[in-house]
Design a protein. Sequence first.
Length: 114
Amino acid sequence: MPASDEYLAMIRMVVGRAARMAGWSFDGMDDLCLAVDQAAGFLLAAAPSALSLSVAEVDGGLAGEVIMRPPMEIWPPSDLETDMRWQILEAVCEEVWPLNGEEGTGIGWRQPVR
């Protein structure tokens, strides 16, 4: 999808629908949508041309990635741990990690059903 704030609502909708289909509570869905929104917002600050979202059901939960294109040469940023968006991701998700590889740069996450 184009890297634009206008598409954040679509990202939240897709993640919320995936969580609902996996049997999540409304609170769990809200938390997950907040986390993915923060991940996408974090990446949008780097001004990519496109974002991609993937979500998969894994071991009693959901896992996903938000990847930006083109990839950044220096990722993750040195201030990652102190960025409020990253701290929200860590507080809401069981696991969160920066992605830096052939598929692009971005943020991965995993969360059990809540």
